[in-house]
Design a protein around this ligand. Structure first.
Ligand SMILES: Nc1ncnc2c1ncn2[C@@H]1O[C@H](COP(=O)(O)OP(=O)(O)O)[C@@H](O)[C@H]1O
Ligand SMILES: [Mg+2]
Length: 353
């Protein structure tokens, strides 16, 4: 019997974004999955760590982080390392498929996707366009609106200037005419809830706008609803398939930066919802991904308004958290895919297409 020709996966992790440590934990989970008894027969691995300063490291150094043999601080202090230059790294001949498990800026926004396109090897992620659109809340919302996918009421600010008092007065008028309090003020391009404020009256608006503006001049003002938070995964290339729908509950009032990373959140999979709500969420998840050119894998986040049971699409995350405890991998378990099988499936989806 001839030996199976193994596919080599280039796992890129870390990165300059504020989600650096989540990326490492996600990469460790994928590393374990690729080393499962079954997957080892089919896949080899090369790893590429990007430090918080944006330096790339060779496989030999990067793997130590995934094996927990070197902590990040020691790594960054080490003086002997010789980071290879980017072109050299990306020219690695043996890579068959890239897996950039980089959350947030530079990873989820089309940047790394553009770079990987040059290597002419497939990658496990949406392409440049879908990735970039999903990072921008204003653009995403305009496209969802086109398809009449339900969204909370919002007001986009394209180029906010915090020093222009006339502009502020105009915004206040529009807010009063269009939206009900409480409001969520968000930078259009962000993530992890950074720069987001919840405000209960108009007096709080200037400070909230300033906070968002520090991250992005494009800002979105949204009507805040009393909601349950439901999430649905998708995988596929030409045909997208939805996962089970899950619910995330956090201890704080809303899912802010601290509650995303510091507290244990409660995940319920499948979410305790009516079948018709589940069906609609799965349908909107697929429609939303198609509208924004999202493929391979993603997590689509919804609000279910308490009381009315109305569904609203909130956002699509194109490189969702992939740790053992993350919603995305857990959403596939009821469909018979554990994390090992899910990782193998994602690789095969991009290799075969
Ligand atoms: N319109 C809204 N109504 C109620 N809660 C909201 C609303 N917008 C945001 N939130 C809360 O804020 C969190 C972060 O908002 P989100 O738009 O998902 O930003 P990010 O892209 O940073 O995750 C949500 O998970 C939810 O808890
Ligand atoms: Mg979110």
């Amino acid at each position: 019997m001839g030996s199976i020709s193994k596919k080599c996966v280039g796992l890129i992790f870390g990165g300059k974004s504020n989600e650096h440590f989540v990326s490492i934990t996600s990469a460790q989970a994928i590393f374990r999955a690729l080393n499962s008894k079954q997957n080892k027969k089919f896949f080899n691995l090369k790893t590429f760590y990007i430090s918080r300063e944006g330096k790339w490291f060779s496989h030999e150094r990067s793997i130590l982080i995934l094996k927990n043999k070197l902590n990040i601080k020691e790594f960054e202090l080490e003086e002997t390392y010789k980071p290879k230059n980017l072109i050299e790294i990306l020219n690695v001949k043996e890579i068959d498929v890239w897996f950039p498990i980089l959350h947030g800026f530079n990873g989820e926004d089309g940047t790394i996707q553009g770079l990987l396109k040059f290597t002419q090897k497939p990658f496990i992620s949406s392409g440049i366009l879908g990735s970039a659109i999903c990072m921008d809340k204003i653009t995403s919302k305009l496209l969802f609106a086109n398809l009449k996918i339900p969204q909370v009421n919002y007001l986009p600010l394209q180029n906010y200037d915090p020093n222009n008092t006339n502009e502020l007065q105009n915004i206040i008028k529009k807010v009063n005419a269009k939206l009900n309090f409480p409001l969520f003020i968000k930078p259009s391009n962000s993530g992890s809830s950074l720069g987001i404020s919840k405000i209960n009256n108009i007096k709080e608006l200037p400070i909230a706008l300033k906070k968002a503006w520090e991250i992005d001049k494009r800002i979105i003002i949204e009507e805040g609803l009393n909601v349950r938070e439901l999430e649905c995964g998708i995988i596929g290339k030409n045909n997208l398939h939805p996962s089970e729908v899950g619910e995330v509950e956090c201890k704080s009032e809303w899912y802010d930066y601290e509650s995303k990373y510091e507290l244990e959140n409660k995940l319920t999979i499948p979410a305790l919802i009516d079948k018709n709500i589940r069906d609609q969420i799965q349908t909107f998840a697929i429609e939303g991904c198609k509208a924004l050119n999202v493929e391979v894998f993603a997590r689509v986040d919804f609000f279910l308004e308490k009381g009315t049971n109305k569904i609203y699409l909130n956002e699509i995350n194109t490189i969702p958290g992939f740790t053992d405890k993350s919603m995305f991998p857990l959403l596939w378990k009821p469909l018979g895919l554990d994390i090992d099988q899910l990782v193998a499936k994602l690789i095969n989806i991009v290799i075969e297409s």
